[in-house]
Design a binder for this molecule. Structure first.
Ligand SMILES: [Zn+2]
Length: 65
């Protein structure tokens, strides 16, 4: 009885056919998703911080000329 293996088209590595996808590429994809999520969070924090600074400076300096 031989366990069927499937060769990955991306990284050309054999992996068990019982897995839904190549574990190597899936790990890379998860890492990419984690990096993308971190980048999005950083951008959101930057925009939020910039907006907060604009509101703060607007309140402190723009109120009374
Ligand atoms: Zn792969």
């Amino acid at each position: 009885m031989t366990d069927p293996t499937v060769r990955c088209e991306r990284c050309d590595r054999p992996y068990p056919a019982e897995l839904p996808g190549c574990p190597n590429c899936r790990r890379i994809r998860q890492t990419n998703i984690a990096i993308a999520t971190t980048m999005i969070l950083l951008v959101l924090f930057a925009i939020g911080g910039w907006f907060g600074i604009q509101v703060f400076t607007g309140f402190s300096t723009g109120g009374t000329p």
